[in-house]
Design a protein around this ligand. Structure first.
Ligand code: ATP
Ligand code: MG
Length: 404
């Protein structure tokens, strides 16, 4: 049976009082963005969103909807005229598709149209009887039935649905402001980006790369990770920062134990400048406490020192296996573990300080002309808009590496 529309019920945003309208508008636009390639009509009303399908495939559209934050659940529905015979016909057709022997059901009617000749009690009874009379071996069950047939009687028609699917929850991307996400090609930062988006943050990606120490492949792998994240929010801005010269200078001038700390300070300094220019309200990273040498509280104190913006770390208290589980869920894991070099690993000293001292960090940093180098890096950034259909690593290389 062809569904005429998808009915979307809002999540947490319904509790947001006066912000409600802007949340709904934003969610409507996010849905339109993600469904851009389809001939659908999105009507974001006060209490529900209707996605009119115009013959598009309901399953495909629901698949896309399942990733959009701010949606509590959604149902494929058939809209029927306000006529009991038409309603019975549609109900029988829908039920036929899911029918099996011993199936239990209940009819759950809501009615905002009080002019319709049947009330909720009549409709539950009439439609229940229709099903019992037309199918063998079915029963009515009020508690935990196999299927709930939902009827919604409104002024413009009756909406019939059999299934309710759970949405992605969270808040519509963009309702919590815009921030800069520091993304590497690793496992953690794409997961942190996903969690930031889940709470409504629109993220722009910043990535530091160091050719020729890091290859074009490593850069493209990171871009492909961003492609994977576009399904949650539509196109994402990717900012590439050339980092070679700064890393070489740091390596030549700073004592080995502080290489990592000073590199991180350089990254954050540049992120801070770019965030201010682009009106980003915070900087996100994929750090998790104690995971590696540079992710201790002492290290965070020494690094945060260079910016006044909030540095937010959604993974701070997560174990690696919890992070990996999310990475697999959002389909970034396979790409993240491809063995391409990262700009930090190449310049990682044999024994980095796990508890760097803030004052010493400030002193060592003076050995390098940071103002000039950071300005130069910022002047040479490259911006790319990354979209859902983009592909950066050649397919063959991808397949080959996944066999290793
Ligand atoms: P990830 O898996 O995200 O790479 P990690 O466990 O490997 O994290 P680090 O390499 O120490 O840890 O990086 C910590 C965080 O610093 C990253 O999560 C990311 O936010 C940021 N970062 C690291 N390398 C880069 C880079 N080349 N460009 C942008 N940000 C980076
Ligand atoms: Mg890393």
């Amino acid at each position: 049976m062809k569904y005429s529309e998808i009915m979307v019920r809002y999540g947490e945003l319904s509790t947001k009082g006066r912000n409600r309208k802007s949340f709904i508008d934003r969610l409507g636009n996010n849905v339109r963005n993600v469904l851009n390639d389809y001939n659908v009509e999105v009507k974001a009303n006060h209490d529900r969103m209707h996605i009119i399908l115009h013959d598009e495939d309901a399953k495909e559209i629901m698949n896309k909807l399942s990733n959009i934050f701010g949606i509590e659940n959604y149902s494929p529905v058939v809209k029927v005229n306000l006529n009991i015979d038409d309603l019975k016909k549609v109900v029988l057709n829908l039920f036929k598709e899911i029918y099996h022997s011993k199936i239990s059901f209940k009819v759950d009617t809501k009615r905002s149209n009080h002019n319709f000749e049947y009330d909720t009690y009549d409709l539950n009874k009439l439609i229940g009887e229709t099903l019992l009379n037309n199918f063998d071996d079915v029963c009515v069950k009020m508690k935990n039935p196999d299927v709930t047939l939902a009827l919604d009687v409104r002024n413009d028609g009756i909406y019939v649905s059999l299934n309710k699917y759970t949405g992605a929850w969270g808040l519509p991307v963009g309702t919590s402001g815009k921030a800069l996400m520091m993304i590497s090609g690793g496992i953690d930062s794409p997961v942190a980006a996903y969690l930031a988006m889940k709470r409504g943050v629109k993220v722009e990606m910043i990535h530091f790369y160091s050719p020729p120490y890091t290859s074009e492949l490593a850069l493209n792998k990171t871009k492909d990770l961003v492609v994977k994240l576009t399904k949650y929010c539509g196109p994402i801005t990717f900012i590439e920062v050339p980092f070679t010269k700064i890393q070489e200078e740091i390596k030549n001038k700073v004592p080995s134990g502080y290489l990592m700390t000073i590199q991180r300070r350089a990254m954050l300094r540049i992120a801070d400048i770019i965030a201010h220019k682009r009106k980003d309200l915070a900087i996100f990273t994929g750090e998790s406490l104690g995971q590696v040498a540079s992710q201790t509280l002492e290290s965070m104190v020494a690094i945060n020192d260079v910016t006044k913006l909030p540095v937010l770390r959604p993974l701070i208290s997560m174990d690696k296996n919890e992070i990996i589980a999310i990475a697999k869920n959002i389909d970034t894991y396979g790409l993240s573990i491809l063995p391409y070099e990262d700009c930090c690993t190449i310049f990682t000293p044999p024994s980095p300080k796990t508890k760097p001292n803030l004052l010493k960090s400030r002193e060592f940093e003076k050995l390098v002309d940071f103002d000039k180098l950071c300005e130069e890096a910022v002047n040479n950034i490259k911006l790319t808009k990354i979209s859902n259909n983009d592909k950066y690593i050649d397919n063959k290389i991808n397949e080959f590496n996944s066999l290793l």
